[in-house]
Structure formats: C-alpha cells, structure tokens
Design a protein around this ligand. Structure first.
Ligand SMILES: C[S@@+](CC[C@H](N)C(=O)[O-])C[C@H]1O[C@@H](n2cnc3c(N)ncnc32)[C@H](O)[C@@H]1O
Length: 234
C-alpha cells in the first residue's frame, strides 16, 4: 500500500530505550506504579467503558507500557479476558507486575516495548485489543508503534490509546521536566493521519477531563486539557 510521507515524522526526543528503562526503574523504586494506577484509572475507565472499544470475554490483550500490570488485572476481573500480555521497558515495573499478578495465571509480563509487539503476535497469534496507556510518546517512532499495533491485531481488533502528552495540552510539557526528557508531543491533527495511514478506522477521539482531586499543581494537565483518548479499529 502506498504510504505518504508525513512531514512531522522527524520529531526527535532525547530518550532512547536504555534511558526509558533507567528513568522508569527509578520511578518504580519511588512507588510510581501505584501512584499512576490512581492517577490514570479514571481515564482508563472511560476508555474501556465509554468509547465503543470492544473487549469481548475471552479476548487476548496486549498492554504496552503496563507498569505494574493493574490495567490487565482489571481486564481479567471486570471483562473476563482470557489472556493478557503486559510489556514494559522497565525491569522493575515488570518485576512488580509479576509479583502483584501471581494469582492471575492468564497474564504474562515481559521486558519489551512497542517495537516488539509483532514478535509476540507471531508467537501467540493476532490479538483482539492493544492498549497503550501513557506509553506511546517516550521515544522512537510513534508511527512505527501504531503500524506495529495494526500488524499485531486481528481484523476487527481495537487499538486504545490514552495520551496526556500532546501538543494542545501545554501543561503536559511539565511532565517532560518531571521525567527529565523531551517527549514526543504531537498535535491531535498529527495523530489522525498516523492512525489512518496505518490502516485503522478511527472510531472515537476526545480530550477527557478527569476532574481528578489533584493535590499537586503540576498535574493540572489532567483536569485543564485532559487526556487525549483515541480508539481505532482494524
Ligand atoms: C507514564 S507510565 C504509564 C504506566 C501505565 N500504563 C499506567 O498507566 O499506570 C509509562 C510506562 O511506559 C513504559 N514505556 C515507555 N516507553 C515504552 C515503550 N516504548 N515500550 C514499552 N513501555 C514503554 C515506561 O517504562 C513506564 O512504565
């Protein structure tokens, strides 16, 4: 299929795979996995229940950037998925995910990232759903991440993305300072062709204001502009 060249693809970040691992290992030691569960759950609940994303019973799901695996445990408990694969570049996050999920025999956790999902779809078979909750914009190529998701999904499968760091959310640049990296902040209008050109049909897109009872001023991006939520179907 002809792919047009998107003019913004050369956006750069100073992160690489090793620096993402180092930063998130440190954050894991500081208890961030649990904190992110609290901070992201309202928007994840919206993604799962209000956007039209379909997660059938017995679904197979990849959660890329899974941290301690809380989204997959929620999907087992509430959606009865049959199999979940959590990938994260942080060794410590994956250790914590395995510890917390010891009772969940249908969940696997691996130290790997967006660029590795095709490998798992070849081993396991194509997946029903791929989720990326605040993980697609840390380094590398967002376009390639989206194409990898397309190639790893069954026909009719869904990609669900939650994205706090996007260009229309100026407060989200404070998060770059917080993690000490330049992240890939795209505009909403830049995300759309990346997803369409990969072959997806966009089913839902919105900025979801969490109205989270924030104690910290620097998290204003959650309430003021909100989380960009995109649902696309193969
Ligand atoms: C902001 S946290 C979000 C964690 C989790 N999804 C949540 O909502 O609690 C970002 C996580 O994504 C991981 N990550 C960042 N870039 C990644 C990539 N390219 N592939 C896989 N994981 C990645 C980080 O190690 C970190 O654990």
């Amino acid at each position: 299929m002809f792919k047009r060249e998107l003019p913004f693809l050369n956006r750069m970040t100073n992160s690489n795979r090793n620096s993402v691992t180092r930063v998130w290992d440190e954050k894991c030691d500081k208890g961030w996995a649990q904190l992110m569960n609290l901070e992201h759950e309202i928007a994840v609940n919206y993604l799962l229940a209000q956007t039209g994303i379909e997660i059938p019973n017995n679904a197979s799901v990849i959660d890329v950037g899974c941290a301690n695996g809380w989204v997959l445990r929620k999907l087992v408990d509430e959606y009865k998925i049959a199999y979940g694969l959590g990938l994260d570049l942080s060794n410590k996050m994956i250790e914590e995910a395995r510890e917390k999920s010891s009772e969940y025999k249908m969940l696997d956790f691996k130290v790997d990232g967006w660029e590795d999902i095709v490998k798992y779809s070849l081993q396991h078979g194509l997946f029903d759903v791929i989720l990326g909750v605040e993980s697609i914009y840390f380094y590398g190529s967002v376009v390639d991440n989206i194409r990898n998701a397309f190639n790893s999904l069954k026909d009719g499968g869904y990609l669900g993305l939650n994205i706090e760091c996007y260009n229309e959310n100026p407060d989200s640049f404070k998060f770059d300072e917080r993690v000490g990296a330049t992240l890939l902040h795209y505009t909403i209008q830049e995300y759309l062709p990346m997803i369409n050109d990969a072959g997806f049909k966009i089913e839902n897109i919105r900025s979801f204001k969490c109205h989270y009872p924030l104690e910290r001023e620097f998290e204003s991006w959650l309430n003021t502009y909100g989380t960009l939520i995109i649902v696309a179907k193969k």
